[in-house]
Design a protein around this ligand. Sequence first.
Ligand code: NAD
Length: 252
Amino acid sequence: MRLKGKTALITGAGQGLGFAFANRLADDGADIIVADIAKADAAAEQIRKRGVRAVGVSVDVSKQDEVARAVAEGLKEMGRIDILINNAAFFATMTHGPFENIGVEEWTRMMNVNVLGTYLFCRAVVPQMRKQGTGGRIINMASGTALKGVPGSLHYVTSKGAIIAFTRSLARELGKDNITVNAIAPGLTLSDGVIQRGGQNEERLGVQRRTRAIQRDEKPEDLIGAASFLASDDAAFMTGQTLAVDGGSAMI
Ligand SMILES: NC(=O)c1ccc[n+]([C@@H]2O[C@H](COP(=O)([O-])OP(=O)(O)OC[C@H]3O[C@@H](n4cnc5c(N)ncnc54)[C@H](O)[C@@H]3O)[C@@H](O)[C@H]2O)c1
């Protein structure tokens, strides 16, 4: 119960990795704010069964006014936010292919959800963390694709490269407030979004497995320990880092 008394706001926790993080942090004793464009209330209802408080707030992370309202709603319910996980992303439903075919509209949507959304949530939550005066934990979801330079989704990989740079620079700004900022870079993981899009395609998974030191598929459970650690006091002196959790594919 190392997170007892803490509240975590997790974006994109309606399903997939965000939902897995929410359940693990709940098992660690944290109360949970599920911030998602879909399924937020249903996810919160599930999480409450683990014996913590949980509330769902509906939000499009790329919309400034919606982010401000979602944080206010979450705070009204919980009274504090100690941990922010920026996990929501335009990811599973993006188009794959040559960079020339991405188009300005999809490129812009990618940056707005993945990069601007992370910025908006940090900007809305950090003043509250400062006010509480007990520090804070920000965890941003990057991707192994940005460490390795994977072709076929240039907009997505660029957005995740931005998240790694964002994490480093914001860590420098928030160290004085005792707020740590770190990132997790997963490999291809069998999340809900990936499964819904047919990502469990055996050929694709086989290619991924062969890049890994530990040659098996990655599951959401493989990532939750890293999130729990980064959210905890054990990671108090670690900031600006990107943790690759991918079975030893990217080694940084
Ligand atoms: N699964 C993987 O293979 C993998 C690998 C590397 C990184 N990641 C990253 O992990 C994170 C979670 O991915 P996942 O596989 O669980 O995806 P997922 O598609 O299963 O879940 C994403 C969640 O984000 C929400 N969301 C999407 N756009 C939103 C918006 N504009 N506002 C609010 N919520 C929004 C969705 O409703 C959904 O609940 C993402 O940041 C993704 O880039 C995933």
